[in-house]
Ligand binder design. Structure first.
Ligand code: GAL
Length: 778
């Protein structure tokens, strides 16, 4: 059961709330998932610091009361939390169940022996303590920010995370499937059981079946092994993510006691030291991005549609893999990666024993690291999308011999639970003798962050070892901002060491691919160093999306990152199309910047293109010449003396026009336009429409520097749950019914309630024609 509704929340410490007769006066009623940090105001003085997003943290309490029918007296009941940031301490009816320090771990508590039935009220109380700061190098959010479920089963049932499915052999004609099932008998009586597991194909048709007999005493558990064969298996791939599922039913005679589902994807893959990565026997490059977990204006709150939208935008760009930097993700992300065809590198830690921040997870390493890692593997090992486990990112212990023992311990924890996937770690030290995580000799796959110039030497340095670039680029950009000339490459901190003097005063970074952190490079530079190296299994760009926190290179009021290929609101920056031209087969022609400059100024016009031999550029009908990519070029450029009018680009293949693009000088801002990503929504209280708000002139051209404040009014069956414009130094709140446009655009996110009907959204800005949009809710 979804257990997200009907909670009460209050900021601050309220230990009295564990008492059953406590009155929640002054508490706010809400539905989970919830993140209280994202509701706050930015401030330089918040202890999270700009690195953590400059939003408030602290302590908060959640409380929920519920009743259970007398008939369920004999059931086993537990509560599952997918993630609470952090130090979640849980009480049921005044009884303390435990604490979970790690804010990204999923956990559950058995409530059975504390529950009351019939009319009697049960009380859950959760204290969340995110007050020890700083505890992260990025924004974490605060609260019960992932889903909560209550599970009620027969005392004889498949254990929580109780199955493990794998595919020991796969050929075109036959896949062998192995299933491990753990059955608990929490009851007193000895029962004879039939455990029947059925594999269903994507249409729900039965394709394989196994039945096992078990004799299980009260208070015991048992592990069963079941084998299956699927004839002519459909394989899971990134292009065609075909999913089966395994349904396990526990019977005592004819009585069905439990029903448990395990996802199944039939695929095989290999990381090779010479040939790189292959999936189902076909060589391919892992074209990945790293992402943090926040969803921009929604904060850390998990929302399936919001994650799906992000994955759709990435898929369009040609991305086929996600690294869950630097922590276990939400189960929803993994389900979507299974369904949409993304390869996942699932990562456990950003720090081990040695800290990066004063209050980070090194503070509970000793007590919790085994459990946190085990739980990640147990929870996630059935996802076909996951093809790599990472035991850590840029871990300090790689630099000294304490890294040896910890690496061996962590790898043995993983191997005890799963030997079907390689274990890696995102390393920075690439001199073999100096890296103790490598020296431990137990990694299956070497992951390296940055230092792309060294890649070519790796086959000699690490003979026989498969290699992947776990993190790259750290290039920086603000959507829609362009510094001329475009070929001055700046590496921070050299270019931005005194941020307000040598950076831009408005905290912008040029969106020509010309700025990066000094440990990285422009997008083009690193991609060129990887694309033709066969032995490199692939790469993960830092990052797909901008995220809250880590606003390198600027100080406050910058409060979100510049690393994204896509901004925080979900609007692609220009370099998105460089990747699209390289990573997909579709014809691409992307020309930028906008065409509103000072008369006579020289402007660099760039184009990314593919599936064509050349591009010709015209200004007001006059040709500025034909350009072709030479050598390893990834873009072409014209230096154009600016003159108002129309810039037109034409891409051609063998003389035939493939694509045309026009950019016109925009006049005065005249009207607001609303473009929703979806017009028809589900009445489930969760579904979202992401509505792009743009400012246009009379002819319909986007006004590239427009910064009008847009106010929203909503009527009908929905609410506004977030606004954004992608500007990294905006001090406007994310929870509001207004937003300033930034470089012509902003975003409003609308969520349905549980009623079918319509949602009407009106957007108004001073002196502009308003816009109205109607969404259907079914
Ligand atoms: C890496 C680190 C990331 C992020 C990035 C910024 O070294 O692993 O978490 O901080 O730098 O460039």
């Amino acid at each position: 059961m979804d257990f997200n509704k009907g909670w009460f929340f209050r900021l601050g410490d309220h230990p009295e709330a564990i008492q059953e007769d406590y009155a929640v006066e002054g508490w706010r009623q809400l539905s989970l998932p919830h993140d209280w940090s994202i509701e706050g105001d930015f401030s330089e003085t918040h202890p999270t610091q700009p690195e953590g997003g400059a939003l408030p943290a602290g302590i908060g309490w959640y409380r929920k009361t519920f009743t259970l029918p007398r008939e369920s007296l004999d059931l086993t009941t537990w509560i599952e939390f997918d993630g609470v940031y952090r130090n979640a301490e849980v009480w049921i009816n005044g009884q303390r169940l435990g604490i979970r320090p790690n804010g990204y771990s999923s956990f559950k508590y058995d409530l059975t022996k504390y529950l009351k039935y019939g009319g009697e009220v049960n009380t859950l109380a959760v204290r969340v303590d995110n007050s020890a700061q700083p505890n992260s190098r990025w924004y974490t959010g605060s609260g019960i920010y992932r889903n909560v479920r209550m599970v009620r089963t027969h005392p004889i049932h498949v254990d929580h995370w109780g199955t493990f499915v794998s595919t020991p052999s796969i050929t075109d004609s036959l896949a062998k499937v192995a299933l491990e099932v753990r059955i608990n008998n929490k009851g007193l009586s000895h029962r004879k059981l039939d455990i029947i597991s059925t594999i269903l194909d994507a249409e729900g048709k039965e394709v394989a079946y196994t039945s096992t007999y078990s004799d299980l005493r009260g208070g015991k558990d048992t592990v069963l092994f079941q084998d299956f064969e699927i004839a002519m298996p459909e394989l899971w791939s990134t292009d065609r993510p075909y999913l089966y599922r395994v349904v396990t039913q526990v019977y005592a005679g004819v009585q069905l006691l439990d029903n448990y589902e395990t996802p199944l994807g039939v695929r095989f893959f290999a990381f090779d030291s010479k040939e790189g990565f292959s999936l189902n026997g076909k060589k391919m490059k892992i074209l990945g991005v790293c992402n943090h977990h926040d969803l921009g204006a929604l904060g850390a709150v998990v929302n399936t549609r919001a994650i799906q939208r992000r994955l759709e935008i990435l898929k369009e760009m040609g991305v086929n893999a996600i690294r869950t930097a630097h922590n276990p993700p939400s189960p929803e992300l993994l389900n979507l990666c299974d369904q949409m065809g993304f390869i996942v590198q699932d990562e456990a830690f950003d720090v081990w024993k040695k800290k990066k921040m004063n209050a980070d997870s090194h503070t509970f390493w000793e007590e919790w690291h085994r459990r946190d890692l085990e739980d990640m593997i147990l929870r996630d090992r059935n996802h076909p999308s996951i093809m790599m486990w990472s035991i850590g990112n840029e871990i300090r212990e790689q630099f000294d011999s304490t890294g040896l023992a910890i690496t061996r311990e962590l790898v043995s924890i993983v191997k005890r639970l799963d030997t079907t996937r390689p274990v890696t770690s995102a390393l920075t030290e690439n001199i073999p003798s100096k890296n103790y995580i490598y020296q431990a000799g137990v990694l299956d796959l070497l992951g390296f962050n940055y230092k792309h110039k060294d890649y070519k030497d790796f086959p000699k340095r690490f003979p026989g070892m498969p290699i992947i670039a776990t993190e790259n680029m750290s290039a920086l950009a603000t959507r829609g901002h362009y510094d001329q000339p475009s070929d001055i490459i700046k590496r921070w901190p050299q270019a931005y060491d005194k941020p307000l003097t040598s950076g831009n005063e408005d905290f912008t970074v040029s969106a020509y691919d010309q700025v990066s952190a000094y440990w990285g490079s422009t997008h083009e530079e690193t991609w060129k160093s990887i694309k033709d190296q066969d032995f490199m299994s692939g790469l993960f760009v830092w990052t797909g999306f901008d995220y809250l926190g880590e606003p390198i290179p600027y100080p406050y009021p910058a409060r979100s990152s510049y690393f994204g290929i896509i901004d925080l609101a979900g609007f692609p920056k220009d370099v998105y199309y460089m990747y699209q031209s390289e990573w997909t087969d579709k014809p691409v022609l992307h020309v930028f910047p906008h065409w509103n400059w000072e008369e006579g100024q020289t402007v660099d016009v760039w184009a990314y293109y593919s599936q064509a031999d050349e591009v010709e550029l015209f200004l007001n009908g006059e040709s500025l010449g034909v350009r072709q990519k030479e050598g390893d070029d990834l873009h072409i450029m014209w230096r154009v003396p600016y003159e108002e009018g129309t810039l037109k680009a034409v891409s051609r293949k063998a003389g035939k026009t493939i694509l045309e693009k026009e950019i016109r000088t925009a006049g005065e801002a005249q009207k607001v336009q609303l473009s929703p990503d979806r017009k028809s929504l589900k009445a489930d209280g969760k579904d979202l429409s992401f509505i792009t708000v743009s400012i246009h002139d009379m002819e319909g051209n986007l006004v590239p520097k427009a910064s009008d404040k847009v106010s929203f009014e909503i009527q009908g069956e929905g609410t506004i749950v977030g606004v954004d414009n992608g500007y990294q130094a905006s001090m406007e709140p994310f929870k509001a019914n207004y937003r300033q446009a930034y470089n012509g655009k902003c975003l409003v996110i609308v969520q349905t309630n549980e009623k079918a009907g319509r949602i009407t959204l009106t957007a108004r800005a001073e002196n502009l024609q308003p816009a109205e949009l109607v969404l259907k809710v079914e």
